[in-house]
Design a protein around this ligand. Structure first.
Ligand SMILES: [Zn+2]
Length: 86
């Protein structure tokens, strides 16, 4: 089981996927929210699949606002869009 990958739930489709197939959005202890490009940032995270339909819905419905119960800045969603393009 050394290659076991922890599964995380996509905030949009609720599917469980390995972290490598998800974009992580993290809320830091100071309240800052941003897309976690390294996947290693400390804080509470939520996840969205790296696929067009989930990311589109996540951005349109502002999925992070719901996950973090706060108003997430537009540039966080811009950042998610950029990560998707990679
Ligand atoms: Zn999904």
């Amino acid at each position: 089981m050394s290659n076991w990958t922890p599964l995380r739930t996509c905030a949009v489709c609720r599917k469980k996927l390995p972290k490598s197939e998800l974009i992580r959005i993290v809320k830091f202890a100071d309240g800052t929210i941003k897309a976690d490009e390294t996947g290693k940032a400390q804080g509470r995270g939520c996840y969205v699949c790296k696929n067009d339909s989930c990311i589109e819905k996540f951005i349109k419905k502002k999925g992070a606002n719901r996950s973090f119960k706060t108003n997430v800045k537009e540039d966080v969603y811009e950042q998610i869009k950029r990560l998707q393009d990679r």
